[in-house]
Design a protein around this ligand. Structure first.
Ligand code: NAP
Length: 281
């Protein structure tokens, strides 16, 4: 196998995080995983006696993160790869969803991830190597009614990721935003936060979408173990991608979006360019 790496993954209790932890262990790596309950901690640590290190963390407790990472680097060793996986989906028509729900969505999906990145960066920069993988979503590119806060948070993380990849390239630190399509995890089941409905005007648009998502939960096309293998492939790569889509649904939907965006840009090109003033040299 390739070199053994120490991989820090947030949210290893289920879904992608758990699958990646298990497949990384099977490939010989060492895995530090964060969970939110003692029960999940015991369950995770039972995966291996030597190469598994569990830590309790809610990623919104951002003031604990620097200390946790410093303790990990002192006791377990330098973190080679950070995988910002912890996250959840908020579903709700925007007019019906509170600002508090939006803040929570961004606290977990964006601020938590950024706090983790800030905590590992001093060590990675000093060592002049490292890889940060942010689990975004096809919802970082495409949108649909009822997930505005989720898409907003994932667009934000995608933008931060891409910018960061440019800031960190001189230090040999890679940043990859991994954007899955629909996968068979707990995302649309126990983990999803659904705002209550109260504005009838949205019934026709949104009720079928909510119902379809509930019915599809647990039957999605994407296999998280195969996603884990794809992530291990970019971890092994000397030149990992800045963006990686996972799943044929993500591929076709994002392609459609980019093509529609290109067409709209072309259609409005004249008006777009009409705002230039005379250049001042
Ligand atoms: P999942 O099975 O629900 O797993 C989510 C993980 O995140 C769990 O371990 C959960 O811990 C953890 N988590 C949630 N909120 C947290 C917080 N505040 N602090 C720490 N950990 C927290 O769903 P998943 O699909 O694997 O989700 C992983 C990532 O993939 C998320 O960022 C999600 O948005 C993204 N994603 C999923 C899909 C999909 O179709 N499944 C598609 C695109 C992107 P608990 O067990 O304690 O709740």
């Amino acid at each position: 196998m390739a070199s053994v790496k120490t991989i820090l993954i947030t949210g290893v209790s289920s879904g992608f995080g758990r699958a990646l932890a298990q497949e990384a262990l099977a490939a010989g790596h060492r895995v530090i995983g964060t969970v939110r309950t003692n029960e999940a901690l015991r369950d995770f640590e039972a995966l291996d006696a030597q190469r598994v290190f569990g830590r309790l963390l809610d990623v919104t407790d951002v003031e604990c993160i620097d200390e946790m990472v410093a303790e990990i680097e002192a006791t377990v060793g330098p973190v080679d790869v950070l995988v910002n996986n912890a996250g959840y989906g908020h579903e709700g028509i925007m007019e019906e969803s509170s600002l508090a729900e939006m803040r929570r969505q961004f606290d977990v999906n964006v601020f938590g991830a950024v706090a983790m990145i800030k905590a590992v960066l001093p060590g990675m920069r000093q060592r002049r190597r490292g890889h940060i993988i942010n689990i975004t979503s096809m919802g970082s590119f495409i949108t649909m009614p009822g997930i505005s806060y989720y898409c907003g948070s994932k667009f934000a993380l995608e933008g931060i990721s891409e910018t960061l990849s440019k800031e960190l390239a001189p230090f040999n630190i890679h940043v990859s935003a991994v954007a899955p399509g629909s996968f068979r995890t707990d995302w649309a089941g126990r983990s999803m936060v659904r705002s209550a409905r109260h504005i009838q005007d949205y019934d026709t648009l949104f009720d079928p979408i909510r119902q379809a998502r509930e019915e599809k939960s647990g039957k999605q096309l994407g296999d998280p173990v195969k996603a884990a293998h794809a992530m291990l492939a970019i971890i092994e790569s000397q030149n990992p991608p800045t963006h990686l889509l996972l799943g044929s649904d993500a591929l076709s939907l994002v392609r459609q979006k980019l093509s529609a965006l290109g067409k709209e840009i072309d259609e409005w090109e004249k008006l777009t360019c009409s705002t230039d003033g005379r250049s001042v040299d």
